[in-house]
Design a protein around this ligand. Structure first.
Ligand code: SF4
Length: 327
């Protein structure tokens, strides 16, 4: 499992705290030079995580990267064809030509940040696409031959009414994507949204409003044939994300690029520092209790639950901190 983090965006969304920068083509090229160097330096470690044969390029916004630079990264890895090769895109970047380019690159799954089909909400989120633009981008991907497309949606915004949320879900279902990820808006420290709350320009949605929208989400997608396989993720049968599912099972993965995390042993997590150039790696050795907590926390997010085979019965216990998280 390989994850590549592309830390570029063309603008910043209200709610986002991911590491990302707005950069010139020259900086993009220097970034790719450094990323290719990291790939060479960590090749043995990358190869130790290739069992599932998945590649996920996320960000930031990978579709902001010039196509020739994205191709350089994929060529530098050199492990294709992948069983699952996902690239995250912004609808505004998806032209018919770009969709064909991704297809030619060996991408077989596209994850598109749609977030809403309401233009007022999209403006509030500072997204750079319209609802219509997202529908057109989806159509370009289909025309290019993609048969595995995931779209992201956001709910739990105080100005999102129940009617608009239902309409958003209806429009999402009408597109017939294979996968939908729907996230409740959370306030991340350092995001524009956190500042808006401090300034009194935004009040969070109530727990009741969020719960009602989550119930609507679950029931409408279930009725449309989606399998609710993780708290925030829904897939048509057989279209569950391989890469993300393996992450929830704590299989080893190698993350490259600024801010990317890796799990290269049961008890070894590492992450790259979040700088555009000269990123370094930091390590954390997990205790047995931390490993058990992670297995439980990740397993409980999924419909499969905790994989009993991976936790000997003698190791089962729930610590106070897990109970606090659950209630
Ligand atoms: S949500 Fe995506 S596009 Fe928006 S700022 Fe964050 S990384 Fe960039």
């Amino acid at each position: 499992m390989i994850y590549i983090h592309i830390p570029f965006c063309k603008s910043f969304c209200t709610y986002c705290d991911f590491y990302s920068e707005i950069c010139s083509p020259k900086v993009q090229k220097l970034f790719v030079d450094e990323l290719c160097k990291e790939i060479e330096e960590r090749r043995a470690e990358i190869e130790s995580t290739l069992g599932l044969n998945t590649l996920y390029i996320g960000g930031g916004t990978p579709s902001v990267l010039k196509p020739e630079l994205l191709k350089r990264i994929v060529d530098a890895l050199g492990y294709g064809p992948y069983r699952e090769f996902t690239v995250e895109v912004n609808p505004d970047d998806v032209t018919p030509e770009y969709a064909l380019f991704l297809k030619g690159l060996g991408v077989n799954r596209v994850s598109m940040g749609v977030q809403s089909f309401d233009d007022g909400l999209l403006r509030w989120m500072n997204r750079r696409h319209t609802a219509r633009g997202a529908v057109e981008a989806f159509s370009h991907l289909r025309q290019a031959g993609f048969d595995n497309i995931s779209i992201d949606l956001i709910f739990g915004i105080s100005s999102l009414s129940g009617e608009v949320w239902e309409d958003t879900l209806k429009k999402a279902i009408e597109l017939h994507p294979e996968h939908i990820s729907a996230y409740q808006l959370t306030v991340e420290e350092g995001s524009g949204l956190a500042q808006m709350i401090k300034d009194g320009r935004y009040a969070e949605a109530s727990d009741e409003q969020c719960a009602a929208q989550y119930r609507t989400l679950c029931s409408m997608l279930r009725s449309a044939g989606f399998n609710h396989y993780e708290i925030s993720n829904f897939a048509l049968p057989g279209r569950e994300a391989l890469h993300n599912s393996a992450y929830w099972k704590r299989l080893p993965y190698a993350g490259l690029g600024p801010g990317a995390h890796s799990l290269t042993g049961e008890d070894t997590r590492s992450w790259n520092t979040s700088v555009i150039s000269g990123w370094t790696r930091e390590y954390e050795h997990l205790t047995l209790e931390q490993i058990r907590e992670e297995r439980l926390m990740l397993g409980l997010r999924t419909a499969d639950g905790v994989d009993g085979m991976r936790i000997p019965e003698s190791d089962w216990f729930i610590s106070d901190s897990i109970i606090e998280d659950l209630i």
